[in-house]
Ligand binder design. Structure first.
Ligand SMILES: Cc1ncc(COP(=O)(O)O)c(C=O)c1O
Length: 485
């Protein structure tokens, strides 16, 4: 990858590197090398980027060049940097350091197992009435063949209306109904990305998006999100797009999975401008847009700033309503929707009519259903945050302003080990490395607050019990496939 990080940018990422724990015992160069390794391990500094020249970094950090030279040397020795004379130095990880970030094996279903691997709610009470009402509507469709590659008109109208209500005028011709947001992403990638095409994603990001990208053999580069604060670093994000000119960027601006960050309006506008200038298509995953908590105001949809059909938005029913419905959608230009529908016919023809009718009824009741979801999620989030503060006070946790997950910073690089130990005490976790590439993010853990508060509190208690006793945990028995969602 061609991307490079400038001296001032790296200095900002390094922050208070000279004041890190254990600092007093180590010389400056070792502390600097350690801080760079920390950024790599956390996914904040992507792999394969060119670091600033020694002189440039020395100036940005206001330290001597000799210190930077020694730090780079140490990073080369530990396998975190590859240098070529005259060309520069690129970030890497030592060859042996690679943790599998895929693999769907989990122990047999166990009633006592508290599943924190899936970030989705149980169905709302309105689902059964909506399903009954949908069967009443079905006869209207039974006279036709039932294939509607872009979706039944009633649902496309309802989805278009919801975009228009968010301030983004949308016609039903701009909507294609899919079998879930994941299906929407897969179809968009089929259309917009040829094998080997470059794609920029956030790190951490949604693991199944990484799987969809891997299936298209995408060449993935990452933008590291900060665990706290605003998340995206505007300068670095826009710089990656301008320099790397990826074919596509996949981003989750509303209550990002897993971090819960919400992208500000200003960055949305700049992002669309940079993407247009670089020839990059933006795939914007709006899975959590219906779930702001605490009255948080939403910035305009990213597509609001789009004048050149650069933005393809995807979303669906799974997070505010129910994952088992398998209804999602794409919002794009009408010609793009036609091309997507043509591609889709070679995959699954169309989505089930009955399920789409259920979705129409749920969307008609959206204000009541979504309001109840938000109240429920806010209470569960607060219970989880409270339990973490009490039982695992060394973990750093920021309560997200929406969505269904929080991204805990652990007290050490133990996420995978903790997930294995947690299985033994009946808690299933999605450890940090599942949300990144190359086995980084071991200091982080995604915790969804989609289960009842009592289960969350119980799970935190069990995690606290194993956290300090990781070494004694045995190996889990992997038996049955399961998903992280
Ligand atoms: C960001 C994101 N995109 C897509 C999906 C998949 O959604 P669906 O169930 O609609 O396919 C999820 C589910 O967890 C998600 O978090």
């Amino acid at each position: 990858m061609t991307s490079q990080v400038r001296g001032v940018q790296l200095a900002r990422l390094l922050g208070q590197w000279h004041a890190l724990p254990g600092r007093r015992r180590s010389p400056d160069y070792a502390a600097l090398a350690g801080a760079v390794r920390g950024l790599l391990a956390d996914g904040r500094l992507p792999l394969g980027v060119r670091l600033p020249a020694e002189r440039e970094l020395a100036e940005a950090l206001r330290i001597s060049r000799t210190t930077v030279t020694a730090a780079y040397r140490e990073l080369r020795e530990t396998g975190h940097l590859a240098s070529r004379r005259g060309a520069g130095s690129w970030t890497m990880l030592p060859g042996t350091h690679r943790v599998a970030s895929t693999g769907l094996w989990t122990p047999l279903d166990d009633r006592d197992m508290i599943d924190l691997g899936v970030a989705a709610l149980a169905a709302p009470p309105q689902l059964v009435p909506a399903a009954r009402a949908a069967t009443e509507d079905l006869p209207r469709y039974l006279g036709g063949a039932g294939y509607h590659p872009t979706g039944i008109i009633e649902l496309r109208e309802a989805v278009a209306r919801s975009y228009t209500e968010r301030g983004l005028p949308t016609s039903p011709e701009q909507i294609m109904v899919t079998s879930g947001t994941q299906h929407a992403l897969d179809l968009v990638l089929r259309l917009a990305l040829s094998p080997g095409g470059g794609v920029l994603v956030e790190s951490p990001t949604y693991p199944n998006a990484l799987a969809a990208l891997a299936a298209r053999r995408a060449r993935i580069t990452t933008h590291g999100l900060a665990a706290d604060g605003v998340g995206w670093d505007a300068d670095l994000l826009l710089g990656s797009i301008r320099q790397g000119r990826p074919k596509l960027a996949y981003l989750i601006p509303e209550f990002q999975n897993p971090t819960g960050h919400l992208m500000a309006a200003e960055l949305r506008e700049r992002l669309v401008g940079a993407a247009h200038a670089a020839g990059t298509d933006l795939v914007i995953d709006e899975s959590f847009v219906d779930l702001p908590l605490d009255g948080t105001e939403l910035p305009p949809p990213v597509a609001t700033f789009d004048r050149h059909s650069r933005v393809i938005s995807i979303g669906g029913m799974s997070k505010p309503y129910w994952g088992g419905l398998r209804i999602g959608w794409v919002r794009a230009s009408a010609p793009q929707v036609q091309r997507l529908a043509a591609a889709r016919v070679g995959v699954d023809m169309a989505s089930p009519v009955l399920d789409q009718l259920v979705a129409v009824h749920l969307l008609a009741d959206a204000p009541a259903i979504v309001a109840a979801r938000r109240t429920q999620l806010a209470a569960q989030r607060d219970a989880l945050v409270g339990a973490l503060a009490e039982r695992l006070p060394d973990w750093r946790v920021t309560a997200p302003r929406g969505g269904v997950t929080l991204w805990a910073e652990l007290d050490g690089p133990v996420s995978s080990a903790l997930a294995r130990a947690a299985e033994e005490v009946g808690v299933r976790l999605a450890p940090g490395p599942r949300f990144g590439l190359d086995g980084t993010l071991e200091r982080f853990l995604r915790l969804p607050f989609t289960l009842p508060a009592a289960d969350l509190v119980e799970a935190v208690g069990r995690l606290a019990a194993v956290r300090y006793d990781l070494d004694r945990a045995g190996r889990p028995q992997w038996r049955e496939p399961s998903v992280i969602a």
